[in-house]
Ligand binder design. Sequence first.
Ligand SMILES: Nc1nc2c(ncn2[C@@H]2O[C@H](COP(=O)(O)OP(=O)(O)OP(=O)(O)O)[C@@H](O)[C@H]2O)c(=O)[nH]1
Ligand SMILES: [Mg+2]
Length: 293
Amino acid sequence: MKVGYACLYGLANAGKSTLLNAILGLKIEAVSPKPQTTRYNVQGIYTDSDSQIIFIDTPGLHRPHGRLGSILLQEAEDARSNVDVLVYVVDGSYRRIDTETASKISKMNIPVIVVFNKIDKISLEEGMERLSEYSKILPNAEFIQMSALKKFGVDELLNAIKKHLEEGDLLYPEDQLIDRPTRFVWAEMIREKCMINTEKEIPHAVHVEITHVEDNPDLGKKVIFADIIVEKPSEKAIIIGRNGQKLSLIRKHAEHSISNFMQEKVALELYVKVVPDWRNNPAKLQEYGYKDR
Ligand SMILES: Nc1nc2c(ncn2[C@@H]2O[C@H](COP(=O)(O)OP(=O)(O)OP(=O)(O)O)[C@@H](O)[C@H]2O)c(=O)[nH]1
Ligand SMILES: [Mg+2]
């Protein structure tokens, strides 16, 4: 077996989590059009007949806002070291070349694969031109054209990664997909629906905690209770919406995603709570699982 670690690294919104979901063939990672959707280094485990690759999905590189922002940046930087391959995910449809990240990576002593993502959004000419700019900065890297959304290029990436791995024993059971408890995935799915359905600063003010789970024999399904935490009463009002419509939409979408993931029907009970300025509160950040240093 070829076994090892690959880090998904790159600017916020490049498509790292979409790529990991495509690799695992199952939605476990939160994805949204807003930058800094991913909040934790999450390990997704891919196993096939001749390999096991442990992918570390990182929070996208982004100018940090407040204490939480700095923690996210540090998480991504930590994940970069101690892996066998760095998978640098680039938004190929984005006009500006990310020279800052590319030059930083070029100085690192580690194999680099550049995933040139979102090619479904651009013409061939536009893609080739932009890709050549990146290959000037990273002349030793291997380039793979990708549409993580349309699952194009995934096998090519897996084969490219395998070339850099050494022989070894499995590190995780072959049926394990993620190094986190199931509740983590539930909370991320609820948070993703909050992010997708709100605007401006609100998506980033949301944290979700699963409080408890019970089997409801009358409903014939599991009921998951969760708190949606925001920073201000005005944000609470927006999440709930007029006559509770927004919250009900979030609940429906999240129930759908979690039921798909669990392969059984689940119901959600959501409560919205205000914890003032939690993103700058060291005790709260720790309680919510963010590694503060
Ligand atoms: N058209 C297109 N859109 C994509 C593709 N890959 C990702 N996206 C979209 O890009 C947005 C960002 O995707 P994410 O997977 O959340 O990006 P990320 O790099 O994980 O972002 P952060 O977690 O914020 O760092 C989402 O709206 C995705 O649907 C792709 O190949 N093509
Ligand atoms: Mg992400």
